[in-house]
Design a protein around this ligand. Structure first.
Ligand SMILES: N[C@@H](CCC(=O)N[C@@H](CS)C(=O)NCC(=O)O)C(=O)O
Length: 363
């Protein structure tokens, strides 16, 4: 397979890699479950012939639960969360881990920010661990399996896995497998299933009276904003880019209007929908505006959205989940089809710990 990193043949290589095939397989520890996945080796392969970015679904979809007969019971010390600080999906899991007070119950490790070769025998580029504690501030060697890459963890969990090697990965130390690699499900587990051991069990970010509203908000926020910025950035033709940008800015305008009337996106109570929106907003001006060509209007030109982002950043525990060095180095350094020389823009270095005006709303 030709290398995506070969600058002399970028265009044709990219088109050549846009082959997505289907495959069915069974994972260990879930004998009755057949997984049907779309083969794509990285996000860079997820562009169709029309030039539009289409994300493939996550594969490992087991649940940790409090139930007595659970295959994956909510035990302290049993699970490990593998993340990249760069990744918005992994960061929302880490945000939950922090605000629910699960740090003693669930350990976590971040990989290095810039994708590297994961094997000598092929060209795949992906998340890798540093060799030592000091090599990369914020990242650590894999403490459980001594894996060199996230890919190795997927290969330990399943011998015939051929999908993407994504973070987050929720790992079971006892069964030595991946419980779940879908962040929207991991955060729901963290919200309630560990309440007997969480330091903050009373915090419910998906309360029953708000569930319908949160689900409905998540739907458009995911499609138009969280994934919307990727649709802008990974489009390989003008038209899908134009469509994605239009939809993104309509959705941001909608948020700006909602946040002019209430403190949070689903009312005056902080909820799951806020964490899901926040992880994209915090990356917006530093990365997406430049790297993904979302520059029609900056986040800091939306007064309500900008102050809202600061408000959430200042919730205890959240700022520690934002490592802007990792975020910038990852995006600008890992997508050679978008930024072939890996130059990292110097600005804008926004201080999200500065005062905001969101206390004007009652909570
Ligand atoms: N559906 C997944 C998406 C995770 C995802 O796309 N992670 C990206 C990083 S932001 C990744 O690991 N990509 C690896 C690759 O594309 O090879 C989730 O929300 O958990």
């Amino acid at each position: 397979m030709p290398s995506l990193w070969s600058s002399s043949s970028k265009g044709s290589v990219f088109v050549g890699l846009c082959l997505i095939r289907s495959i069915s397989f069974t994972l260990p520890h879930s004998s009755s479950v057949k997984y049907h996945i779309q083969m794509a080796r990285s996000a860079l392969d997820e562009t169709s012939d029309s030039g539009a970015f289409t994300r493939t679904a996550s594969t490992f979809r087991n649940s940790i639960s409090r139930g007595p007969n659970s295959q994956f019971p909510a035990e302290s010390g049993r699970y490990h969360l593998y993340i990249s600080y760069a990744c918005p999906w992994a960061s929302r899991c880490l945000a939950y881990l922090k605000i629910k007070g699960l740090e003693k119950a669930i350990s976590f490790t971040s990989v290095k920010p810039i994708w590297e070769r994961t094997k000598e025998s092929d060209e795949h580029m992906g998340w890798v661990f540093p060799a030592t504690d000091t090599e990369e501030p914020g990242a650590e060697p894999d403490p459980l399996n001594g894996a060199k890459s996230i890919r190795e963890l997927y290969e330990l969990a399943s011998t015939n896995y051929t999908g993407k090697y994504t973070v987050p990965v929720l790992w079971d130390k006892k069964l030595k497998t991946i419980v779940n690699n879908e962040s929207s499900e991991i955060i729901r587990m963290f919200n309630v299933e560990f309440n007997e051991i969480a330091e903050n069990p009373a915090l419910d970010l998906y309360p029953s009276h708000l569930q319908a509203q949160i689900d409905q908000t998540n739907e458009w926020v995911y499609n138009l904003i969280n994934n919307g910025v990727y649709k802008c950035g990974f489009a390989t033709k003008q038209e899908p880019y134009d469509v994605a940008v239009k939809q993104l800015y309509e959705a941001l305008d909608k948020c700006e209007e909602i946040l002019g009337k209430q403190r949070y996106i689903c009312g005056n109570a902080f909820s799951e929908a806020d964490i899901r929106l926040f992880v994209t907003l915090i990356r917006f001006d530093e990365v997406y505006a430049v790297h993904f060509k979302c520059n029609k209007k900056l986040l800091r030109e939306h007064p309500n959205l900008f102050n809202y982002t600061k408000d959430i950043f200042q919730i205890p525990g959240i700022s520690s989940t934002v490592n802007m060095q990792h975020i910038k180095r990852h995006y600008y350094g890992s997508h050679p089809t978008i930024n072939p020389f890996g130059i990292i823009p110097q600005g804008p270095n926004i201080d999200y710990s500065s005062p905001h005006d969101r206390e004007r709303f009652s909570t």
